[in-house]
Design a protein around this ligand. Sequence first.
Ligand code: GLY
Ligand code: MN
Length: 443
Amino acid sequence: MGESKIITQGYASHVAEVQQRWEGALAAEGYDAALIHAGSKLVSFLDDYEYPFRCNPQLLWWLPLTRHHDSALLVRPGRKPKLFYYQPDDYWYLPPEDPADWWAGEFDIEQVRDGNAWQQAIAANTAYIGDAPSLAAAVDSKHLNPTRLVNRIHLQRTRKTDYEVACMSEAARLGAIAHTAAEAAFREGLSEYDIHQRYCMAIQLVDAELPYGNIVALNEHGSVLHYQAHEQQAPQEIRSFLIDGGATVHAYASDITRTYAAEDNEFAELITAMDAMQDQLCDAVVAGLDYRDLHLHAHHQIAGILKDFGIINGSVEAAVETGLSAVFYPHGLGHFLGLQTHDVAGLFADADGTLIPRPEGHPFLRLTRKLEAGNVLTIEPGLYFIEPLLRQWRNSGDVAAINWDKVAALTPFGGIRIEDNMLVTNGAPRNLTGEAFAALEKA
Ligand code: GLY
Ligand code: MN
C-alpha cells in the first residue's frame, strides 16, 4: 500500500494538446514565443534556510518538475519545446536527477549548470511567464506575465486532458488510502498530530508534498474552516473528527474531506443527512450547469437540514435570503481543482479576465462558470457551529430564528464538511473520490 503509480499513459498526447493550446494563445496575443520559468528558491529573512519550493504551475502543466528551481521551457509554434534543465553542481543540496525517460522524449533538452542559461532565449516578441526575481530583472516588464495571455492559458487549463484526469484519479486513490488510515487512527483515539502522521505514512508523502496543509480537526476544531494546528494531546473526550486532506501525483492534487462521529448520536444523524445531500449535489455536476445555481441550491438544502433538525426556525427561503444559512455554511460549494488546489479561472468569462459575478451575499464562492466537459472541481458543502458567526447573528440578526439550546448541544462537535472531486463529462459525471474509496473497499 502507499506507493504512487507513475502515470505515463496519454502523456505524449497531453504535451501535444498543451502545445496546441499554447500556440492558439500566442497567436491570439501576437507573441512568437513564451519562456516559462520554474521559479527560484526563496531564502528566509536574515538566514540561509529556504522556503519549500513550489514550482510555477504554468511549467507543471507541461511536465512534472516539482523540485526543479531555475529550469525553464521555451515554447514556440511548430517547434518541439526546449527545456533548459538546471542541474547545479551542488554539494549542499541534492541536484535534480537526469530527465526521466517517460517524459524526456517530448522535449529538446539542454542540461545546464548555470541557473541563468535560459537567458539565451531572450528575444523580441517573447512572453515571459513566472515569478523568479532573476526573470523580472532580465526581461522587459511589459512582456512579463502579460495578463491576457495568462488569462487565455488559465482558461485552457480548466479542461483537463486524459493524462491529467489519470493523475488526479491516482491522487484521489492516494487520498482515499490516507483518509482510511486517518479514520482508523481517529477510532483508536489518537491525537490530531498522530492522525496526521498516520495519514502521511500511509501514502509515503511528507508535508511539503501535500497540496495544502492537512486540516485534521477533532471536536470543536472542526468549526475552524482551515484549522491549521496539529495538537499533540488527544482530548479527554473525543466526539467528532473532520479531516480535509489531499495528495499529489505529478503535481496534480486531490482535495478530500470526510467527517466522522465517535458515537451514534444526533451529530452522526446530521452527518448522514449531509452525506445524502452531498451525493445528490455530486450527481448534478453536468456540462452546461451554472455552478452558482448549484451553490444556491446547496444553501436551500442545508437550510432544510437545519430546519429538519430543529436548529433553525422559520422557512427555508427566509433562512437563505436573510443570510441565516450562511451563518452555518459560510464558504463556497467548491472550486476548480488541478495543479493548484484552488485552480485557476473559476470566475473568468474571457481572456480580458471579465469576472462572472458571485451571487450577492456569497463572497467566498470560487467558481461561477458554466461547467464544461473536462472540468474537475470539488463539491464540498458544510455545516458548522462557528462561535464568532453565531455571536454576530445573536447581536444583529433575528435571535429567535435560531434554536440556541440545540446549537449549544451541537457546538462541541465542531462541524461537518464532505468533499469529493468531480470530473464533468458529456454524460454522467465521474466522482474520482467516490471511485477511489469504492476500489479500496473492494480490494
Ligand atoms: N481543502 C481546502 C479548501 O478547499 O479550501
Ligand atoms: Mn476544497
